[in-house]
Design a protein. Structure first.
Length: 217
């Protein structure tokens, strides 16, 4: 099967994921899942007892894609694949998600200072024949950060919607001494794994050149 117009749905509010999909020429419409109060969230992101970080991030990505698929079915939208992703930072087995506030962000950055951590991003694509999931694991090392540097970084808008409290594509890049793995995966959407899943869903990643476009649903 070849997807019409090489088009999918993206079940994510992340501007980084939108930019990365556009980078590889994927046309998409955005499904806006509920992620915060006052309305209940579409996907409960609470960790389960004894759940490993890899199992957790796979489960959340799968749940987001599945929720997006149910949404298009309920709204009787065209049945195109739904792509979702989830990113976490892992330090010594502990999961760092998005910071809840500035104090939480400061705690995360202080913990990451001078250490090597993992960044796990799971990508899921839901379609009529089921949901496929792939995971990217990268390692990132921070140099030692001073309290003043952390405070100055927190004064910017980069930290609060990012796993681990930092954005590799922003000024936090000056904190990083080494990265092994997928730069786009650390940003929030590993393009190698994403392209593989989309190819399996019928998308042609290298079609005739067209002008990409997106809209929200």
């Amino acid at each position: 099967m070849t997807l019409p117009e090489n088009r999918i749905y993206l079940a994510s509010r992340s501007p980084r994921r939108r930019e990365l999909l556009k980078q590889i020429g994927v046309n998409f419409a955005t499904l806006l899942l509920r992620e915060a109060l006052p309305r209940s969230m579409d996907v409960d992101e609470t960790t389960l007892p004894d759940e490993t970080p890899a199992d957790y991030v796979r489960r959340i990505a799968r749940a987001k894609a599945g929720t997006g698929w149910m949404q298009i079915m309920q709204r009787k939208l065209p049945q195109l694949p739904v792509l979702a992703a989830d990113t976490i930072v892992v330090l010594n087995g502990h999961i760092f998600g998005k910071p809840e506030n500035s104090v939480h962000a400061q705690e995360m950055l202080t913990a990451l200072s001078g250490k090597t951590h993992e960044v796990l991003t799971a990508v899921a694509v839901a379609a009529e024949n089921g949901t496929q999931v792939s995971i990217s694991t990268s390692t990132v090392r921070f140099r030692d950060l001073t309290e003043r540097e952390i405070r100055m970084y927190l004064a910017r808008d980069e930290t609060y919607d990012k796993a681990g409290g930092y954005a590799i594509q922003g000024i936090a890049a000056v904190f990083i001494t080494e990265i092994t793995g997928s730069y786009s995966g650390v940003m929030g959407l590993p393009l190698f794994e994403t392209a593989q899943l989309l190819n399996e869903s019928g998308m042609e990643i290298f079609p005739e050149p067209t002008i990409g476009h997106s809209k929200s649903l």
